[in-house]
Design a protein around this ligand. Structure first.
Ligand SMILES: NC(=O)c1ccc[n+]([C@@H]2O[C@H](COP(=O)([O-])OP(=O)(O)OC[C@H]3O[C@@H](n4cnc5c(N)ncnc54)[C@H](OP(=O)(O)O)[C@@H]3O)[C@@H](O)[C@H]2O)c1
Length: 227
């Protein structure tokens, strides 16, 4: 664990170190890395979006994590609330988990072909030109089956709290990148993971730093030892 330090000029090398891929990866499924931001009192959104919590350095970490990824995995509600656009990285595809392929909340993203719906086999067909993957019977996606299907790949899980909570409770998240924004927002937004309970063992704190605005960036590994 690197000492927590304030960096006036957050340098690229520090961010590279923070997001560097782990030496060991699961053999039988994708490596899944979760990235979420919260206020220090645990809020996940301000006025319904996480953008109100972030800053320049959080955006830099977010972008650096995407640079390492083969896929972004995200819930449909987040794609709509945050008005996701196509990723800056040409070869990065967004996988959107949903019970039904409803493009109405963000039609411009789905028109680009850069977002693939991940649906259960019984979900309705996607609109013409919108790619899909079918994993699991019924309308629910078999998330464990999905990460097995993506074995060998790096998956950046970007939330929201519902999808992240289910993935954590299923033991499918290997690393957690948490940004703590120096804000106390109260309100009614969800915690950054919520839903079914997960195994409450201690995760290893692998890296961390603080920027000049008081944002704290922490990296945990589910099976890691603190260092
Ligand atoms: N602080 C942060 O870092 C952060 C990050 C991302 C988003 N957010 C905020 O979080 C909010 C949105 O998050 P959210 O938790 O409401 O939703 P979400 O996790 O983005 O998406 C939930 C969607 O995924 C579907 N889903 C989940 N598991 C599924 C499965 N196994 N099979 C099929 N569909 C499945 C849900 O279906 P059902 O409808 O059937 O449940 C629902 O439609 C927004 O306010 C956003 O700004 C914050």
């Amino acid at each position: 664990m690197r000492a927590l330090t304030k960096y006036d000029d957050l340098d690229e090398l520090l961010i590279e170190e923070h997001v560097a891929l782990p030496a060991e990866r699961p053999a039988d499924r994708a490596l899944v890395r979760l990235n979420m931001i919260s206020s220090v009192d645990g809020g996940s959104a301000v006025d319904g979006v996480s953008g109100g919590l972030g800053n320049r350095d959080d955006h830099a970490v977010f972008a650096a994590l995407r640079d390492q990824a083969d896929f972004v995995l995200v819930g449909l509600s987040t794609v709509v609330a945050e008005q996701y656009g196509p990723p800056a990285q040409d070869d990065l595809q967004i996988l959107v988990v949903a019970p039904t392929p409803d493009v109405s909340g963000n039609p411009s993203l789905f028109e680009t072909g850069r977002a693939t719906f991940v649906l259960g086999e019984a979900a309705p067909p996607t609109p013409s030109g919108v790619p899909d993957m079918r994993v699991g019977k019924g309308t629910s996606v078999d998330l464990a089956g999905l990460v097995r299907e993506l074995r060998g790949q790096v998956v950046m899980l970007e939330g929201g709290p519902s999808l992240a909570g289910v993935m954590v409770s299923l033991g499918l998240v290997d690393e957690f990148f948490h940004t703590a924004a120096p804000m106390v927002v109260a309100g009614e937004s969800a915690r950054i993971t919520h839903g079914p309970a997960a195994d409450a063992h201690a995760w290893g704190l692998m890296h961390g730093f603080c920027d000049d605005a008081g944002y704290l960036f922490l990296r945990y590994a589910r099976d890691g030892s603190a260092r």
